[in-house]
Design a binder for this molecule. Structure first.
Ligand code: UDX
Length: 444
């Protein structure tokens, strides 16, 4: 069986490489020729643990190839997976222009019957529209089927999530086409759920919205902990021990970011507006997250009053560890606020500094280690729980900083250790440590 994957972003590339790994012949297509050249040389343009080795192996064993010619990509394909981005429009709805362009290319270049599998996250009803579009463009003797197959992999653990997926969702009203796609996934040995098309489309949005809800909920509880003197780590642990609640996605912090939760919650909200349904919880989840992203800044502002002439270090720029992705990362918003306040900012991230430099250029100082980032700083902000930051020797903060004040948006350190190291340490949902009355304007 010949598989083609349209789009070589996180989802498309991981899908293509993993399908090759289990023995399928895979062609990955992208309109970006530079990217295709890089990939053809066995180089991975994104930071995804284990991906480059797997990519190289499958290239050299001849099961994987890359092309930017849509004709080549479509001619041999029995299955075409579409995994192009559906970014956010200005009004929050899903932008389907890349998807529609991909479908137009497929329609023009298809010369044999094929099953088109939509992995891109799309609003309910889109797959039906795609089938209609394709039937309007393909040669009349051809038969295509369109299947919804949403993707649930996380950035930074894409390969692991593919090989250990909790479920593979296949949405179609055509049982034969559904079974054919299920067969492709069989070597992974993961549970398969077949549904109708609309349900599959909604499973994706509902899953992301539910996970985002867990995060916003625990962040609200964390804020309540700060008012009541409870400790969010203990509260979350106690809640998570109830199997009905579950331990995962109860880590309080500076809010969710990335390419999925922010855009998918907003796109779902738009969908509810379209159907004139008031999804109250969803609206609150979005609102709570946007407030949470600003929490650390306001805590620091309360303490410092002004940042004019202050040296601050931002540790962790990616929206989460083990990725270089800074889309909707809380660090970006914080840096923008600190720049408005005329702070002197140094930043550190093991993978994402280059992407931040593309945004802020010479406005920031880019350190290649924690030591250099925090040297002489009046305050440190922690925004991503990278191991390099979590395992940093706390004794070095007072040694290197002008004053050891640390605002931690990811609860990286044990309160007792922070106290013993002499840090003024303000985290999320836990008591502030070593906050002396002399610290200006302080209300902790
Ligand atoms: C997410 C979904 O997990 C995945 O199923 C979907 O396919 C794409 O969106 P991803 O965005 O890669 O994946 O990252 P994830 O690990 O889910 O984290 C998303 C954000 O939530 C990060 O900013 C992370 O820091 C935050 N988060 C996660 C929390 O703040 N607390 C938690 O307990 C978990």
């Amino acid at each position: 069986m010949e598989i083609t994957v349209f789009g070589t972003g996180y989802v498309g590339l991981v899908t293509g490489v993993c399908f090759a790994e289990i023995g399928h012949n895979v062609t990955c297509f992208d309109i970006d020729e530079n990217k295709i050249n890089t990939l053809s040389k066995g180089k991975c343009p994104i930071y995804e643990p284990g991906l480059e080795e797997m990519l190289k192996r499958n290239l050299s064993e001849g099961r994987l190839n890359f092309t930017s010619e849509s004709k080549k990509a479509c001619h041999k394909a029995d299955y075409i997976f579409v995994a192009v981005g559906t970014p956010e429009n200005e009004d929050g709805s899903a932008n389907l222009e890349y998807l529609e362009a991909a479908i137009a290319e497929i329609g023009m270049n298809l010369i044999r019957d094929a099953i088109i599998v939509i992995k891109s996250t799309v609003p309910v009803g889109t797959n039906e529209r795609i089938l209609k579009l394709l039937n309007e463009t393909i040669e009349s003797e051809l038969r295509v089927k369109v299947i919804s197959n949403p993707e649930f992999l996380r950035e930074g653990s894409g390969i692991l999530d593919t090989f250990h997926a909790d479920r593979v969702v296949i949405g179609t009203d055509d049982p034969d086409a559904g079974s054919a796609v299920a067969k492709l996934y069989k070597p992974f040995g993961r549970p398969i759920l077949q549904t109708d098309v609309r349900s599959a489309e909604l499973i994706k949005y509902a899953s992301n919205a539910f996970l985002a809800t867990k995060i916003s909920f625990i962040n609200e509880v964390a804020n309540l902990c700060e008012h009541t003197g409870a400790n969010i780590e203990d509260v979350a642990k106690g809640m998570g021990m109830d199997e009905r609640i579950g331990r995962q996605f109860l880590k309080a912090g500076i809010g969710y970011g990335g390419s999925c939760f922010p855009k998918d919650t907003k796109a779902l909200e738009k969908l509810t507006e379209y159907y004139d349904y008031d999804f109250k919880i969803l609206r609150s989840v979005i609102e709570v997250n946007s407030r949470q992203k600003q929490q650390l800044f306001y805590k620091a502002k309360e303490m410092f009053g002004s940042f004019q002439g202050k040296r601050v270090a931002v540790l962790g720029l990616a929206f989460k560890p083990h990725t270089d992705d800074i889309r909707e990362a809380p660090a970006i918003e914080l840096i923008a606020r600190l720049l408005e306040e005329h702070a002197d900012i140094s930043v550190y991230d093991p993978a994402a500094s280059g992407n931040v430099e593309n945004l802020f250029g010479s406005l920031l100082y880019y350190a290649d280690q924690v030591d250099t980032a925090i040297k002489g700083a009046d305050a440190v902000f922690i925004l991503t729980e990278w191991p390099q930051i979590m395992q940093y020797d706390l004794e070095r903060f007072p040694l290197l900083m002008r004053q050891p004040i640390v605002f931690d948006g990811r609860n990286c350190y044990d309160l007792k250790h922070a106290e013993a190291a002499g840090l003024t340490y303000i985290s999320v949902g836990r008591n502030a440590v070593n906050v002396h009355a002399s610290l200006k304007g302080l209300k902790y």
